[in-house]
Design a protein around this ligand. Structure first.
Ligand SMILES: *Cc1c(COP(=O)(O)O)cnc(C)c1O
Length: 355
């Protein structure tokens, strides 16, 4: 605590990201990174951007990238917003679109992305957590009450459980007075994006990340899709904060990713099939695994403490994520790795569980 800090800074409780260990030779299954790297064509596109242009500011509106995203989702560029990772996009969303104290608290699930309450504190947004059901489902019925906005991840994090597009559309039909934000960081691993509903629901904002399904966590690129009205609000915030959230290299990488659809499809399918294999093997070891449509599984063992399991795995060089939080302290969140990483994990768990 420093006397240089404002009272506001003293009171902040920042988000703590999963660790990025500096040591090599570690099996890193704690932050949902993609085990398959970006495509060779993408790396080539980034290399081609390493030139004298770096002395110039990047295009502030990243219009070429917006066009590529708009084409991919059959939208117009006015319906697309881009930012420095979806975390930055979300920060602007909380600040600009979800702060409606006069209408009621912002609503999100009790078990959800732990950055949401942090943004609420940063931007002084009142919120209320809506409990998931006993079996960890989001019950959208519970969100039909006065609110200053609604946000939830789909698939949810850290459960991995998906809400179908039909349930979402039914909900949107009765919630047209609220801004509804769907955080689709994991949608490409088995869900259907709600981007197809944007033309019908001007209150719907869909946020996506290039960190997970597009293997670009190190590049920091995220985007939001919604009505021109919502997007214009985000642009006002962004242009009051940082006009150049994406550099030349990020823009080149993002465009190249959308242009290499074959590679995207191939790696996405590999993660999905590895998830199925990992789930089956965990179940064989006696673990309960929630049905995941993400690139991670959320799992608990009937007789082993999750904290203990995480620390035994760590001794064996495998890092997973454990949340010391009511309702989920018995669970581990394990990123789906590639075949050899998942096999290492299963072998390690086998030795621990049979001890
Ligand atoms: C990973 C994640 C993000 C942030 O992704 P970045 O684009 O890397 O900032 C946002 N929401 C959820 C639910 C996530 O899991």
């Amino acid at each position: 605590m420093s006397s240089y800090w404002s009272d506001f800074v003293k009171d902040l409780e920042p988000y703590s990201p999963g660790e990025q260990p500096d040591i090599g030779n570690i099996t890193k299954l704690n932050t949902n990174e993609n085990p398959y790297g970006p495509s060779p064509a993408l790396l080539e596109a980034v290399r081609n951007q390493l030139n004298d242009d770096l002395r110039l500011y990047p295009p502030p509106a990243a219009l070429r990238l917006k066009q590529v995203i708009a084409d991919y989702y059959q939208l117009s560029t006015e319906q697309v917003f881009v930012g420095n990772g979806s975390d930055e996009v979300l920060a602007h969303v909380f600040n600009g679109l979800l702060n409606h104290r006069e209408k009621g608290p912002l609503l999100f699930p009790d078990i959800s992305y732990s950055f949401y309450p942090v943004y609420c504190q940063l931007y002084d947004i009142s919120f209320e957590k809506i409990p998931l059901s006993e079996d960890f489902c989001i019950g959208l019925e519970d969100y039909k009450r006065p609110n200053g906005g609604i946000i939830f991840p789909n698939p949810n994090a850290p459960t991995g459980m998906l809400l179908g597009l039909e349930a979402i559309e039914n909900f949107l039909q009765c919630s047209q007075q609220s801004v509804v934000v769907i955080d689709e960081a994991y949608i490409d691993f088995g869900g259907q994006t709600a981007a197809s509903l944007i033309d019908q629901y001007s209150n719907l904002l869909v946020v996506q990340s290039m960190s997970k399904s597009r293997s670009l966590a190190g590049m920091r690129i995220g985007y939001a899709m919604g009505s021109a009205e919502l997007i214009a609000g985000l642009e006002r915030i962004k242009n009051s904060f940082n006009s150049y959230p994406l550099g030349h290299l990020q823009i080149a990488a993002a465009i190249a990713s959308f242009e290499d659809e074959d590679y995207f499809q191939k790696t996405r399918q590999l993660v999905i099939s590895e998830r199925q294999r990992l789930t089956a093997q965990l179940e064989r070891l006696g673990f309960e695994v929630l049905p995941s449509q993400a690139n991670f599984v959320f799992t608990r063992h009937p007789h082993q403490s999750a904290e203990e399991l995480a620390s035994r795995l760590r001794e064996l060089g495998i890092v997973v994520r454990h949340f010391k939080q009511p309702r989920i302290q018995d669970f581990l969140r394990i990123t789906v790795g590639d075949e050899s990483q998942n096999s290492l994990l299963i072998d390690a768990l086998k030795s621990i569980v049979s001890d």
